[in-house]
Design a protein around this ligand. Structure first.
Ligand SMILES: Nc1nc2c(c(=O)[nH]1)N[C@H]1C(S)=C(S)[C@@H](COP(=O)(O)OP(=O)(O)OC[C@H]3O[C@@H](n4cnc5c(N)ncnc54)[C@H](O)[C@@H]3O)O[C@H]1N2
Ligand code: MOO
Length: 402
């Protein structure tokens, strides 16, 4: 058996960052920015009103002053009306402040209040004198043109994307989203909606992997299920590797008579199969196809797939997508129950936890077939290989999965 770290190091050495591409902002969520974004514009772009009200010459706008309304400036208007002594322009939030005005009197600070009509009134009386510059949002007060809006290497979320749009860009250069194919192997697998005959089970690994891949920011290129037939697997692999950066296979990785993945890929010099010292998820294969696509060969048991994905596949895909943080957060909790662990293998156990304790998600404990326990799990307890039993009250490390 090889340690988890050895298998992970081998994978991460091969998981090199993907090339960059330019994409519309709508397609960039979650991707890593590949170049500095510099704003084309000042933010705000021009002096504009922060309130619905009246643009005034402050010297004329003492409390009780009666001002003649000579213009109307809605948002989006290019008007710059001249304001003479005792004159005001009605103005809406976001509209450009007339060059002659130096303060905004909000609707509430006039005799007419907020009872607004389509046409501006002829006269208003100021009921509260504005301070100098009141309610004017000045050009460039957030950032001048030419400012770095978002640094290269940043993961793009909703806030970064909106800042980039405000800076005048509708596309961004990003590290390409990994393209990943999923292949489930096993002659026992039928569609979840089918009525399984004797020996058959619903196929669930591709559902788990497809969702986990999308959640990790990957694009799923193919979702294929093949029986335990070597020729068919070879054909499917050709399709899957042709246009993918990685292929994640499940099942057939062990020593059984019909373990097709090992039979087809095992002989290749570019793929290694090993027993990794973890439970579940012991039989693992990893390597590269002739196309350069990474090949992850995971054991078929559903909990093994979930664990293998988190320990090996997800970190690799995050590295390929240019993320600096490739791992899930780890926290420490107190064991809320006692449980046994396998000898000489790191245990990765689905758990539920709160702010104090963690305990197994399944009453059945640690079995790689306990797929229903995954529905409740909030994390994986990671128990080192040299610990034989976790006693209630022990400190445990938990990988947080949400
Ligand atoms: N003689 C030995 N037998 C086994 C060993 C061993 O060391 N010696 N290791 C065991 C361990 S540990 C694991 S894990 C499994 C891994 O086996 P495979 O990777 O070959 O997986 P399969 O046999 O194909 O499937 C295992 C299990 O999972 C079910 N399965 C498979 N695919 C799916 C799917 N897409 N959806 C739902 N369920 C799936 C499958 O029906 C089996 O029950 O080997 C042990 N054996
Ligand atoms: O490694 Mo297997 O995944 O223990 O069940």
């Amino acid at each position: 058996m090889i340690p988890i770290q050895q298998h992970r190091d081998r994978i991460l050495a091969a998981a090199t960052e993907l090339p960059t591409e330019r994409v519309p902002l709508a397609d960039a969520l979650g991707l890593v920015l590949a170049e500095q974004v510099v704003s084309r514009f000042a933010v705000p772009l021009f002096d504009n009103s922060a309130m619905d009200g009246y643009a005034v010459r402050r010297a004329d706008a003492a409390e009780g002053a009666r001002l003649r309304v000579v213009a109307d400036v809605p948002a989006g208007s290019a008007l710059d009306p001249a304001l003479g002594a005792g004159e005001a322009a009605r103005i809406m939030t976001g509209a450009p402040v007339p060059s002659d005005a130096d303060a905004i009197v909000p609707l509430e600070a006039t005799d007419l209040g907020t009872a607004i009509s389509t046409a501006p009134p002829e006269w208003i009386i100021v009921t509260a004198e504005p301070k100098p510059g009141a309610h004017i949002r000045h050009a460039a007060e957030d950032s001048p043109a030419g400012t770095v809006t978002v640094e290269a290497g940043t993961k793009l979320g909703a806030w970064q994307l909106s800042a980039i749009a405000s800076a005048g860009h509708d596309t961004v250069a990003v590290v390409r989203r990994p393209r990943v194919a999923v292949i489930s192997t096993g002659s026992e697998l039928v569609a979840p909606s089918a009525t399984p005959g004797r020996g058959q089970i619903p196929e669930s690994n591709s559902v788990l992997l497809g969702a986990a891949l999308r959640d990790a920011g990957a694009l799923v290129t193919h979702t294929l299920t093949v029986p335990d037939d070597e020729d068919e697997l070879r054909r499917v692999l050709e399709t899957a590797t042709a246009d993918s950066d990685a292929v994640v296979l499940s099942g057939g990785a062990s020593v059984g008579a019909f373990d097709v993945v090992k039979a087809v890929l095992g002989p290749l010099a570019s793929v290694d199969f090993d027993a990794v010292a973890m439970q579940p998820g012991k039989p693992q294969g990893f390597g590269t196809a002739a196309s350069g696509a990474l090949l992850f060969c995971l054991p078929g048991n559903p909990v093994s797939v979930a664990v293998s994905f988190e320990m090996f596949v997800r970190p690799a895909l995050r590295a390929m997508a240019g993320h600096a943080d490739i791992d899930r957060p780890l926290i420490t909790r107190t064991a809320g129950a006692s449980w046994t662990t396998p000898p000489n293998r790191t245990q990765v156990l689905p758990v539920v936890f709160n702010d104090q304790i963690a305990q197994p998600a399944s009453a059945g404990g640690s079995g790689s077939h306990l797929v229903s326990s995954l529905a409740d799990a909030e994390g994986f307890a990671i128990v080192p290989a040299d610990i034989e039993r976790v006693a209630e009250g022990d400190a445990v490390t938990v990988m947080v999965l949400s």
